[in-house]
Design a protein. Structure first.
Length: 418
């Protein structure tokens, strides 16, 4: 449907004062029947030296919905227990078993890798305890991860990569160059970009990984490939400061002739500041933006800032939204647990900071809007501007089998953690 939603962070900030007084928005109606004991949720939080803030942001967003200002007095009682799980499947399995064997929780939620889900699936089924996976969604959900007790509410990074590849091919031309770092590669989202380009009738001239060892980047080789392949656009899948240097070098070499399309982590405040003027015009497909012009997003951002004195990121939004889905499921289930709650989770639906989010009963995965954004000069500063809502590119369902057959790097951690 490609709804036009043009806005900027600066214009968004002007609307915060008007929404602050009504910041309670988004809470579901409550059922009359309430449990005598609170629902106990085990929050599985990643620990990473590379992105230490993401786990804390996920927790802060979750707590904001459950404990922050404006929470209705009659809302369902939900308690949470923190469990740090590092970044490896083994650590995740240990943390999950610790919570399940002590009978401390009724439900689990957190940022787990595909490999970790496979490791803990049997334990969840034995304990009949549901899990809501909340992560970037760099990988598709493969058959070995499927379980009636496993639900996914993610940022759907692989699906957005597919859509971005298809959009850029239609917008700029049929020949693409894909550039990624070693730590960003090896997930389905890399191959999804190529699948999107092909679905739109284009071709990927080359997929370049800039470093053979994490941090040892060969930018000279990337620039040589640019001259050799002469692409119509470059897709950048980088999440570290080298991305900023790469954008500046590409801008210098191509003199703005080759459009840059980037994964949304490259549009974070820190990386944008490092890119400087070279970032102007960089486009991408995002799950959420702080400047998204929706009433529910205005409310979320205003409440988050007042409560934490910090800026929310996409993981904070995801934590908030996951608590929102859980509250809605409890309402539908009348506070019941077991199979009743499982069924309610399978059809949970909310309108949150990124718009309408629905859990699909057959797949137990949420579907949510995607947004085209572009870095523009607004009031003297560069910031991502949301241009419009985007439909998923046609043909995405048909690429799942090919993505599942594609190789991976062997990374067992979740994206973007090392």
């Amino acid at each position: 449907m490609n709804k036009k939603l043009t806005t900027s962070r600066r214009n968004f900030l002007k609307g915060l004062a008007a929404t602050a007084a009504a910041a309670v928005g988004g809470a579901p109606s409550l059922a009359a029947v309430r449990p005598t004991t609170p629902l106990r949720v085990g929050l599985l939080l990643p620990g990473s030296s590379r992105f230490p803030q993401l786990g804390e942001q996920l927790l802060a967003g979750f707590r904001l919905y459950l404990e922050g200002p404006g929470r209705p007095a009659g809302a369902h009682r939900i308690e949470w227990i923190r469990q740090d799980i590092g970044v490896t499947p083994g650590r995740a399995l240990q943390g999950v078993r610790r919570l399940l064997e002590s009978r401390q929780v009724d439900l689990l939620a957190g940022a787990l890798s595909s490999a970790a889900v496979v490791e803990i699936k049997a334990s969840l089924e034995e304990a009949r305890t549901p899990l809501i996976v909340t992560n970037f969604g760099a990988n598709t959900v493969r058959p070995e991860e499927e379980s009636p007790f496993v639900f996914h509410n993610t940022l759907n990074h692989w699906r957005r990569s597919f859509t971005a590849g298809a959009w850029a091919t239609r917008e700029f031309g049929a020949r693409a160059l894909v550039v990624a770092s070693l730590l960003d590669s090896g997930f389905d989202h890399l191959y999804a970009v190529e699948a999107g380009v092909k679905a739109a009738g284009g071709e990927v001239a080359a997929i370049l990984v800039t470093d053979r060892m994490p941090g040892e980047h060969d930018l000279v080789g990337v620039l040589a490939a640019l001259e050799e392949t002469r692409p119509n656009f470059i897709y950048l899948l980088h999440s570290d400061p080298v991305a900023a240097l790469l954008v500046r070098r590409l801008a210098e070499r191509s003199a703005g002739r080759v459009p840059l399309v980037a994964a949304d982590m490259m549009m974070s405040d820190s990386l944008l500041a490092m890119q400087g003027a070279a970032a102007q015009g960089v486009a991408g497909v995002a799950a959420w933006s702080i400047g998204l012009p929706l009433a529910e997003n205005h409310s979320f951002v205003a409440r988050y800032r007042r409560w934490t004195r910090q800026e929310p990121d996409s993981f904070a939004m995801l934590g908030y939204e996951t608590a929102q889905l859980l509250e809605q499921a409890l309402t539908v289930a009348g506070g019941a647990r077991g199979g009743t709650l499982l069924a309610a989770l399978g059809r949970a639906e909310v309108t949150g900071p990124r718009g309408r989010v629905q859990m699909q009963p057959l797949t137990r995965r949420t579907v949510a809007p995607n947004y085209l954004q572009q870095v523009q000069l607004v009031g003297g500063s560069l910031e991502p501007v949301v241009l419009r809502e985007m439909d998923t590119a046609p043909g995405v369902a048909g690429v799942l089998s090919s993505l599942h057959a594609a190789p991976r790097s062997g990374w067992l951690h979740d994206y973007p953690f090392p």
